[in-house]
Design a protein around this ligand. Structure first.
Ligand code: IPE
Ligand code: IPE
Ligand code: MG
Length: 253
């Protein structure tokens, strides 16, 4: 059975997504995109930023409220220093160039991941972006940078341990809901849809806790080629799915 009823289809067309407020994307394939053109990997990352701009715009137009993108993993430090530096430079350039416009458009920016280890200038810019957009609530753009799901869960566990040790939290009050509040995603809803580009079928340590019940869509397109049509294709796949959350289909008894 399709999850979308006839009336849902109308609202999808008019820019609302029933049952879909949060899309998360593993933006993968920049290196292969560049290699296939005989270009340096950094050129693929640059074109990847343009794909991100297109996607933020399309997501807003299509009625998505939360977009979370994986931009640098805790494992990506294993790449050559020049590539790591290029990726840090691109995050800075993106925030510097787009912050004023995003602020004006009502976008709230959040960066999730480990702040320790970020160069001072990047950390300062990230804090500025979060501060300047803190009052916005039209669209929530979250950039996972220096992010790893296991690191985030371990850090949340440390936060819980500290809260219990100081008496602010009782051991009996540690549960899924209170624990989730210690994660970087805080009170954000879990992703309804997780997209990974580039034909890889893995999570690579992204949002391990939050994606427990997300619908997964894997696409062959390389991230620099991703556009509104690709996003619409993923949304259409989402609307074909039936989310059961452990229960049975209505009428299945
Ligand atoms: C995604 O593209 C960007 C980052 C991981 C930072 P890749 O750089 O992983 O591209 P491929 O997977 O090598 O093609
Ligand atoms: C995941 O992609 C990280 C980001 C997209 C930022 P990778 O390209 O680093 O993942 P693996 O190494 O192929 O699993
Ligand atoms: Mg990759």
């Amino acid at each position: 059975m399709s999850a979308a009823s006839a009336s849902d289809v109308t609202s999808v067309v008019s820019g609302q997504q029933p049952g879909l407020s949060h899309v998360a994307i593993i933006m993968d394939g920049n290196g292969r995109w560049a290699k296939s053109r005989g270009l340096p990997r950094a050129a693929g990352h640059e074109r990847g930023v343009e794909a991100l701009r297109r996607t933020v715009e399309a997501a807003g137009e299509l009625g998505i409220r939360y977009l979370t993108v994986f931009s640098f993993s805790t494992e990506n430090w294993r790449r050559p220093a020049a590539e790591v530096n290029a990726l840090f430079g691109l995050l800075k350039a993106y925030v510097q160039r787009d912050l004023a416009r995003l602020t004006q458009e009502g976008v709230r920016i959040r960066i999730i991941g480990l702040r320790d280890g970020l160069p001072d200038d990047v950390a300062a810019l990230v804090e500025k972006a979060e501060r300047e957009t803190a009052a916005n609530s039209k669209f929530f753009l979250t950039i996972a940078f220096n992010y790893g799901g296991r690191e985030e869960i371990a850090r949340a566990a440390r936060g819980v341990a500290e809260a219990v040790a100081s008496g602010r939290l009782k051991p009996d009050d540690v549960n899924e809901k209170s624990f989730a509040g210690f994660l970087d995603t805080g009170s954000m809803p879990d992703p309804d849809l997780l997209i990974r580009t580039s034909g890889e079928y893995r999570l690579s340590n992204f949002l391990l806790w939050q994606c427990a019940y997300s619908e997964l869509v894997f696409m062959d397109v390389l991230w620099p080629d991703f556009d509104r049509a690709c996003l619409e294709e993923a949304l259409a796949k989402f609307h074909e799915r039936e989310r059961r959350f452990g229960t049975v289909s209505p009428g299945a008894a």
